[in-house]
Design a protein around this ligand. Structure first.
Ligand code: FAD
Length: 543
């Protein structure tokens, strides 16, 4: 049987031996989308990611698939229309990862946008997808809101509107896109960083480092797609020393509050009392996610840190809208910061910078893509590929039929799953068939979709594999599945991106971290000192 260690060695060897048509730099959702579409078009390609897949911005978002009602107010109809349509398309491709969610936008006396403008905005939002949303929008009176959202501010409450968007697991969505790209022939490597690049005889020679061993080698490719999100300016200078500044990254912080302190039945759109910025309170498995901030960031860090001012800013908003809760810093059980890869526009404040994407020609046969949203990964990939295609010798433009087939192609966990009702049926079967709790069965089904059976088979095949961890009952065997089949290379990969223990547990999974590391250790050839190092590195990331 191929072990994860042997498999990685083979992937690294393949990356060094072949000459690719396309090398994608960056394993966030944008690079993943480009890789999947390129592999579908039979373009010989590889993708490298300096850390873990999705470890950049693509696991640090608000985890929403949405059109962004607020962009309507900025007159950005194209972006909103594209995003609301894509939200439905992602649901079709991966229903297990897309949870339809009602959003309530309460209106307070004298506040923006006011009931009439809000009603028009929501109508336009729904009209853009032919009124085929996850559910109907509706007007709610102040009394109805008070009843449905216990503890919400009542002073000046005029009423509000409820509409539908969706919630996702950003890291696993990105991972599934990468897994599908691999199924289509892509070579995908996490923990490989681009260091330098030069042109020789019409090829790009990209010098890279395997950051898990510090070994350096080169990858040969005809063309390059740079999809490094907020790191684009730094990367552009590798290909063009004189590259212009094109990005204006901004940092967004989220905090998590336990359900016992704040629980919301729907997502709530809030305007921050200090500056009237849009924010959300979003229901999560074991608490409420509050975010986000939007502040300029001059030097993007791989592991952006959360500052106290941002926590206080978010708590101020939460306490304004839920005045009796009196939330304090020690109510926060988890938090994270992400960097928006926004296109430079110095003339506006951070929160008004456009979320649209742009594709640039950086050098001969090198394109870069910046901006955009998690939700719009497919059109972003499509635009990047369109600009790359002329530089490739091998590929014809795909036919309309092939285009349609690609559009309808499910992600691996969505194969054969028409909608979430099918998943509810699978949950019931797994609960009774495997003697699992409802939470545990739901977690395996809504994390892995059609792949749940494979995860359960792995869990049954390893000692202690059916044990569960945390409030949402993550199967021990799922961690083994993650290292065997999902490129997990560190304990951090398992805790923050393959599972969500960092976000669901009030101790961020600290108490079970060592046990999980010891469970996977024989499969990834970790000795005792490596287990110690993995645990120490993970605890360092926690609060
Ligand atoms: P990234 O995910 O950052 O990926 C780029 C990758 O490149 C990184 O993983 C990085 O490690 C890698 N890289 C960098 N340098 C190198 C190198 N030298 N070699 C190899 N790899 C390298 N969008 C939505 O649709 N819905 C939301 O709810 C939402 N909320 C958001 C909330 C916040 C706070 C933020 C910050 C963003 C949010 N977004 C949202 C936007 C969305 O998350 C981003 O647009 C998207 O994730 C960007 O993906 P990306 O692949 O372009 O960048």
């Amino acid at each position: 049987m191929t072990t994860p260690v042997r498999r990685r060695r083979e992937l690294l060897a393949r990356a060094q031996e072949k000459t690719f048509d396309l090398l994608v730099i960056g394993g966030g959702i944008t690079g993943a989308g480009i890789a999947r579409q390129a592999a579908w078009m039979n373009i010989s390609m590889a993708l490298i990611e300096q850390a873990d897949f999705a470890s950049g911005t693509s696991s640090r978002s608000s985890k929403l698939l949405h059109g962004g009602l607020r962009y309507l107010a900025q007159g950005n109809f194209r972006l909103v229309r594209e995003a609301v349509r894509e939200r439905m398309a992602v649901y079709k491709a991966a229903p297990h990862l897309v949870r339809p969610l009602p959003f309530l936008f309460p209106q307070f006396e004298g506040n923006y946008p006011g009931m009439i403008r809000l009603a028009i905005g929501i109508w336009i939002y729904h009209a853009m997808i032919g009124f085929k949303s996850f559910g109907p929008h509706q007007r709610l009176s102040a009394a109805e809101i008070e009843k449905s959202i216990p503890g919400i501010r009542t002073a000046g409450l005029d009423g509000g509107y409820q509409y539908w968007d969706a919630q996702t697991d950003d890291a696993r969505l990105t991972l599934e896109i990468i897994l599908d790209a691999e199924a289509l022939g892509a070579t995908a490597l996490n923990r490989v960083r681009l260091l330098a690049a030069r042109q020789e005889n019409g090829l790009w020679i990209c010098d890279v480092e395997d950051t898990s061993t510090a070994a350096e080698f080169s990858i040969r490719t005809q063309s390059v797609a740079v999809a490094v999100g907020p790191w684009m300016d730094r990367m552009a200078r590798i290909f063009d020393a004189e590259a212009l500044r094109r990005m204006r990254p901004t940092q967004g912080v989220h905090i998590l509050i336990p359900s016992a302190r704040l629980s919301v039945p729907t997502a709530i759109v809030l305007l921050h009392p200090d500056d009237q910025r849009f924010m959300y309170a979003i229901p999560m498995e074991s608490g409420t996610l509050i975010g986000t901030t939007d502040t300029d960031c001059s030097e993007p860090a791989v592991e952006p840190t959360v500052d106290n001012d941002s926590i206080d800013y978010l708590l101020r908003a939460a306490n304004h809208f839920f005045p009796d809760k009196k939330l304090r810093r020690d109510d926060v059980f988890s938090m994270y910061a992400g960097l928006r890869p926004l296109i430079l526009d110095d003339d506006v404040t951070a929160s008004k910078v456009s979320r649209e994407h742009a594709v640039y020609q950086l050098a001969t046969n090198v394109v870069a893509i910046g901006g955009g949203k998690l939700t719009t990964w497919r059109p972003m990939a499509n635009d990047a590929i369109a600009q790359i295609l002329p530089s490739l010798r091998t590929t014809d433009t795909p036919s309309k039929a092939a285009d349609r087939e690609y559009r309808d192609r499910p992600l691996p966990g969505g194969v054969g799953i028409a909608d979430r009702e099918v998943l509810a049926g699978r949950t019931a079967e797994i609960t009774s068939g495997y003697g699992l709790s409802m939470e545990s069965a739901e977690t395996v089904v809504y994390t892995y979709g059609a792949r749940a059976d494979a995860v359960l088979a792995t869990a049954q095949s390893v000692a202690g594999g059916m044990k569960t961890y945390g409030r949402i009952g993550v199967l021990a065997g799922a961690f083994v599945f993650n290292v065997l089949h999902e490129h997990a290379l560190t304990l951090d990969d398992l805790m923050r991106r393959r599972s969500r223990l960092y976000y669901t547990e009030y101790d961020q999974g600290r108490a079970v971290a060592r046990e999980i590391a010891e469970l996977v250790a024989p499969h990834v050839e970790w000795d005792d000192s490596r287990v110690d190092a993995e645990v120490a590195a993970y605890l360092e990331l926690c609060l």
